[in-house]
Write a protein that binds this ligand. Structure first.
Ligand code: ADP
Length: 774
């Protein structure tokens, strides 16, 4: 091995393919090279490992260009029986040793990672046998006494317990939601019922009337259950019915439930014109969603770091595992077999149980089981504030329906605080929010008016409509609105009610949460646009597109959009831009275009957040590129503008919206109940609750890691940079260096002074401590 190569690392994808595997391989190859390693693709999964020959090939920086956009796996995958045999694994070990490969990164599901673990455990024995059999010399095996294996969980089923989410699961949900949305529209036309078979479990976000899941089996009399629900929904005015049957669905006695069984029940018991659709491989396909591109990328980078960190006796690290605890799917299967469904749910990720509860309590009309006693019922006002964002409607839908199931009165306030002051209130019904989970924008209407402009009018209208709890859905204006109402509580007793804000803005800048609603929808919109722009740039060969994104004073969309689309660089308010920086970028761009293969010359994109500089505007930057690029490249601009709000709400935003709206209502109930005990006499006088004024009754509900958290507005203010309208700490900022690592073509080898192997290492070190992305 040449002394310059730190390690030779093999990468393979195995088992079922999943969108996001290619971004992971791209990141592994590029980070590996940037860290002084050689990376070998092993084609066709374990089969390539056993076959060797040209199935093991070194990948160069350019080889993985454009891979972010491609679904499936470009290095192939196969089921390989021989790797399950000792002889197969012996051959695999020989092939690796002969090529000097000393580490392997495997991206696959349960089976693939089990295989990897067996291989690692067996390695010393395999090496010994190879020497004894004379297939390898002692000298050859000398540097290979230990073998490092790192696993990445790539699977569309999200079937690995202890993993927050697997690479590919979110894209698969995109396909499922798109398909179910399409089916719903044809179902409405014909007043039909559709029974849809899907692979994943997170399908609650599709808004189906009923779902059958293996971990939550219905009783053996599920036919009455499903018919009861469908009838109640039809009675509310629904013209269509969608029932989802997850693969492997069973009843409580473990009898399988098939789509055809459900169809028969709906047709025979209810006389519905019922059709069956099996989504099948559609769910595996298509361009990876922004989330999976970034998950694959970040985990790919982390895999290289794990390889370089590995010591002889460390176990195979599984990237993305909660506390590195692997609970294999077969444990879940075993729990189900024992009919221990509670255990099966427990083994799953904790969000899943919450998602499921949010789904059930907001999708099925339930007039009895979760209803609260009458004296706990509340009039809940719901208002949208600020710019529209995906998920505002989805959150409203869940809040309205869950509130109705609890016996509350949900009251929509149209047109933001302006509408509130004008008394634009409307009591919401179950059916009034039908289909809102998919709809982008804001059905209630939203604007930037703040309560401060007429606090008296706000208090008057809240009193008039007897509002006893307020749900604010919006971005930084929503945050300010909450702050103003809370600060004015002493003067206006009508503000002494539970108030919860669900952050919703494409900018992702609201303190108290890691993700605001709409930020994922927007990231996908940016990603799709950048894909089209990058394609155009590549077609015209030597072109740099300067793409302008929104986001206020926050560079989230540029950084995560840039990561998802392979931008060469980003200009963001967090670091600003000056002449020196532009000069360096132009040098780098020249360098890239100069070293391009003339036959495959590529276009490039850079992302610029609109507020980064008043002088170096998108147009000015582009003109500077153009001028300096001379014969090497030219430049164009693209301003994404309102396109970034997206059309349909992404599955991730739907799921987050449902969880947060559900928990927001529960939180309000708890706070109001606490106040109720103290205010029975006040209630009797029909005056809204008056003494819900403790700090934690005015809160922001947010996502942190895999949990939903509440932060009081007072506490949140402490970490808020009011001038720049954002939190002082941004978790996502530590990923900023990845843009440079993954786009700076082997910079250290080509003498760009800013980037060396050590610099790359330093940049990546900051990321290691922060794996909150997954
Ligand atoms: P997934 O990884 O998606 O669960 P499979 O279960 O089909 O998919 O596994 C993919 C491949 O991993 C198999 O074809 C086989 O080569 C390897 N593999 C699976 N289980 C084992 C095992 N117990 N021992 C060795 N190799 C295995």
């Amino acid at each position: 091995m040449s002394s310059r190569v730190r390690k030779r690392i093999g990468v393979l994808t195995s088992g079922g393919d999943s969108p996001g595997m290619n971004p992971a391989v791209r990141a592994i190859v590029r980070t590996g090279i940037a860290r002084g390693c050689e990376v070998f693709a092993i084609y066709e999964g374990y089969q390539g490992l056993v076959d060797g020959g040209d199935k093991i090939r070194k990948l160069e920086w350019e080889d993985v260009h454009g891979w972010l956009r491609v679904g499936g796996t470009l290095i192939g995958t196969a089921r390989c029986m021989s790797f399950k045999t000792h002889e197969g694994r012996l051959q695999a070990a020989e092939n690796l040793i002969k090529r000097g490969i000393d580490a392997l990164i495997v991206c696959g599901g349960d089976g693939s990672l089990t295989g990897a673990d067996i291989f690692r455990a067996e390695w010393p024995q395999l090496v010994q046998e190879l020497v004894q059999m004379g297939r390898c010399s002692k000298k050859e095996v000398e540097p290979h006494q230990f073998f490092t294996i790192v696993g990445l969980v790539g699977s569309i089923d999200n079937d690995m317990s202890s993993t927050d989410i697997t690479i590919g699961a979110v894209t698969s949900l995109h396909r499922i939601c798109e398909s179910v949305d399409c089916i719903a529209s044809t179902a409405i036309s014909h007043s039909r019922a559709f029974v849809v078979e899907v692979m994943g479990r997170h399908c609650g976000c599709c808004g189906a009337d009923f779902v059958f899941l293996p971990e939550r089996p219905p009783s053996t009399d599920w036919a009455s259950e499903v018919c009861g629900v469908v009838e109640r929904h039809r009675a509310q005015g629904k013209r269509q019915t969608t029932v989802i049957v997850a693969e492997g669905a069973i009843d409580a006695e473990l009898n399988p439930i098939k789509c055809e069984d459900v169809k028969k029940v709906l047709a025979e018991h209810l006389g519905l014109d019922t059709r069956v659709t099996t989504l099948g491989h559609v769910q595996r396909g298509g361009a990876p969603a922004a989330y999976d591109r970034n998950l694959g990328t970040i985990q790919g980078v982390e895999a290289i770091e794990a390889v370089l960190r590995a010591k002889p006796n460390t176990e195979s690290p599984m990237i993305g595992m909660r506390e590195n605890q692997v609970t294999w799917t077969h444990e879940v299967a075993e729990a189900i077999r024992r009919k221990d469904f509670a255990r099966a749910m427990e083994l799953r990720d904790p969000e899943f149980a919450e998602e499921y509860a949010a789904y059930i309590s907001s999708t099925i009309v339930d007039t009895r089981s979760i209803k609260l006693p009458e004296n706990e019922h509340l009039n809940i006002g719901i208002v949208h504030v600020g710019a529209p964002a995906g998920g505002m409607n989805a959150a409203t839908r869940v809040a309205v329906r869950f509130a109705l199931n609890r016996g509350h009165k949900p009251i929509a306030i149209h047109n933001g605080f302006k509408g509130l002051m004008d008394g634009n209130f409307e009591e919401m019904s179950w059916f009034s929010v039908d289909g809102w989970n998919a709809k982008g924008g804001s059905e209630l209407g939203t604007n930037r008016t703040l309560p401060q402009s007429d606090l008296g009018a706000v208090a008057y209208q809240l009193q008039k409509y007897g509002i006893e709890a307020l749900l604010i859905i919006g971005g930084f204006e929503g945050f300010k609105a909450l702050q103003q109402l809370e600060a004015a509580r002493d003067h206006y007793p009508n503000f002494q009610i539970p108030m919860v804000q669900i952050p919703a803005t494409i900018s992702n800048n609201v303190p108290g949460t890691e993700y605001s609603l709409g930020s994922d929808t927007s990231l996908n919109a940016v990603t799709v646009c950048c894909d089209a722009i990058a394609q155009s740039a590549s077609a015209s060969r030597r072109r740099v597109f300067v793409v302008e994104t929104q986001g206020g004073k926050t560079g989230y969309l540029s950084v995560f959009g840039g990561l998802a689309t392979g931008a060469i660089t980003v200009y963001v308010p967090e670091e600003g831009v000056n002449l020196e920086r532009i000069r360096k970028d132009i040098d780098h761009m020249r360098h890239l275009f100069k070293s391009d293969n003339p036959k495959r010359s590529l276009g490039r994109i850079v992302l610029r957040t609109e507020s980064v500089s008043q002088t170096y505007t998108t147009e000015v930057l582009s003109q500077m590129y153009m001028e300096e690029g001379q014969h090497l490249f030219d430049s164009r601009t693209s301003i994404l503008g309102y396109i970034q709000q997206g059309v349909t709400t992404s599955p991730m935003d739907r799921i987050r919206a449902a969880r947060q709206a559900y928990k927001a209502i529960l939180y309000m109930e708890e706070k109001a109940k606490g106040a109720l005990g103290r205010t029975d006499d006040v209630r009797a006088a029909a005056i809204p609750m008056r003494i819900c004024n403790d700090f934690d009754s005015a809160v922001i509900i947010g996502i942190k890691g895999s949990s939903v958290i509440f932060t009081s507005i007072r506490e949140a203010l402490r970490e808020t940079d009011m001038e720049n309208r954002k939190s002082r700490k941004a978790w996502w900022w530590s990923y900023r260096p990845l843009i440079d690592v993954l786009s700076l073509k082997v910079a250290h080898a080509n003498g760009i002074p800013d980037w060396t192997v050590e610099k790359v290492e330093e940049a990546l070190r900051s990321i290691e401590c922060d794996s909150r992305y997954y």
